[in-house]
Design a protein around this ligand. Structure first.
Ligand code: AMP
Length: 455
């Protein structure tokens, strides 16, 4: 037997019976985002590696360990990190900022409100809720007029609004402020000071993070590290007066919109570009990978990537994790009409194809199909199917001959709202039966009036 090819590790097929749930997320998101005046932007799924290294930070875990480089087969290691070539995007903020600068958005408007929906790629160790190709719905508000606390509140409220509109409950929103770049320096100094005495008890990764990216220690899942982090005494002392005032206004604005939040002094984000307000929304049903989405302000990034010095804030929600919490809700396809044909004497056995050549139409099949096509019920059903679809109504029927009972079972399985039953006897009077599957009622309709009635 020929060897089967499997899908790459850490990726997933989104199968037809799951697609309705995905489309529902997308449609709901687009409607809400439009109401908040966000416009869609689509950027390529790969970019110059340097874009990600410069924006996420060379010391971030994403750049160090998870970048999927296209132009080189070599592993990206800590020592031989490549700042050249092309990489699949691990997130979209950097790409959108690149596009914002390249297309001079700041000359067109003082605040650009953008959103995206699409796949991201990270070479992570796959586990539940952590994939190598996953999908995000994300938002970025960028512009000279974007450093304003009410916009931070809008962005946070929007992420919660999206998640609740997807039907999620029991969300936990944590917020914190990193302050300006200078405040952030102070924060990392403070952290190192407190962690120094326990450095030998940290896990190997965190010992390296101590110098390279001390904030990541706060996110470590290692039990020993978690204990050390729980013992830290962190507050908002790293923040300047102005940064503290900014954060207070953000909280006030959230309260005005009735968005419940919790201030978490240990909440940090692993990427270099974050400043001021940061936030994360989690759900306990997700276990260790409990973040549904996260975001924050990134005021320095546009300037650092060669644009004007404008502010920005955004977030990304993980679609796979949202669907995991929605507990794999499978939505029935919304079929409007299913046509059932019926004739007492109809031959019900369409010979099964043989195992050796299942794709072949045999002489036996030709004989049986020819006989089926001769029956008025099948022929009328087939013609009507085409007419119904042409007037814009979704419709289907069983192409294989089957008993009336099994055709009705299929109609039910497909979630058909109405069933048209075409029987040989009724056809003699030029009528068909129209059954309403929800109400359970049934009525006779003239065959040439059925399309009108369905409309
Ligand atoms: P991040 O850009 O890491 O803050 O991710 C934002 C959101 O995307 C997370 O809260 C997750 O919901 C989702 N996400 C991030 N990485 C993965 C992954 N490897 N697999 C699935 N979802 C992910």
């Amino acid at each position: 037997m020929t060897k089967k090819i499997s899908l790459p590790r850490g990726t997933a097929d989104i199968l037809p019976d799951e697609i309705a749930a995905w489309q529902n997320l997308e449609t709901t998101a687009r409607t809400i985002l439009k109401n908040y005046r966000y416009q869609e932007i689509r950027t390529p799924v790969f970019e110059e590696t340097g874009l990600f290294v410069r924006s996420l930070g060379g010391a971030s875990d994403v750049v160090q360990k998870q970048m999927l480089n296209l132009s080189s087969m070599k592993e990206v290691s800590e020592t031989s990190l490549k700042n050249e070539g092309l990489s699949l995007r691990p997130e979209a903020t950097a790409s959108i900022v690149r596009s914002y600068i390249q297309n001079s958005f700041d000359k067109k408007e003082s605040l650009s409100k953008l959103y995206y929906i699409g796949p991201m790629f990270r070479g992570e160790r796959p586990q539940k809720g952590r994939l190598r190709q996953f999908h995000q719905i994300g938002v970025e508000a960028i512009g000279p007029n974007s450093s304003i606390p009410s916009l931070d509140a809008e962005i946070i409220a929007l992420s919660v609004h999206l998640l609740t509109s997807f039907g999620l409950k029991d969300l936990k929103l944590k917020i914190n402020s990193l302050g300006t770049k200078e405040d952030k320096e102070k924060f990392s100094g403070l952290l190192r000071e407190q962690l120094r005495k326990n450095i030998s008890s940290l896990c190997e990764d965190c010992q390296q993070r101590f110098d390279r990216n001390v904030f990541r220690i706060l996110d470590c899942k290692n039990e020993g590290c978690k204990k050390i982090v729980a013992g830290l005494s962190l507050g908002q002392t790293h923040l300047s007066k102005l940064s503290q005032d900014y954060f207070s206004e953000v909280k006030k604005a959230l309260e005005l919109w009735n968005v419940p939040y919790e201030v978490s002094p240990t909440l940090v984000r692993g990427l270099d570009y974050y400043t001021h307000t940061i936030f994360e929304i989690s759900h306990k049903a997700l276990g260790s990978q409990d973040a549904l989405g996260a975001g924050g302000r990134y005021n320095g990034l546009v300037g650092e990537l060669g644009g004007n010095n404008v502010g920005a804030i955004g977030f990304a929600l993980g679609m796979e994790r949202i669907l995991l919490v929605k507990s794999k809700e499978t939505v029935k396809s919304s079929l409007e009409v299913f046509i059932v044909y019926h004739k007492e004497s109809m031959g019900l056995n369409y010979t099964k194809s043989s195992a050796e050549s299942p794709q072949e139409y045999t002489a036996q099949h030709a004989k049986e199909f020819g006989a089926l096509m001769e029956t008025e019920a099948y022929k009328e059903a087939f013609v009507l199917l085409n007419n119904i679809r042409k007037i814009g109504i979704s419709a289907d029927m069983s192409y294989f001959p089957a008993s009336m009972k099994s055709q009705m079972r299929l109609a039910d399985k497909l979630g058909a709202k109405r069933v048209i039953i075409i029987g040989e006897n009724e056809l003699k009077e030029n009528v068909v039966m129209l059954k309403d599957m929800e109400k359970g009622t049934q009525e006779k309709i003239l065959l040439d009036k059925i399309c009108e009635v369905l409309k």
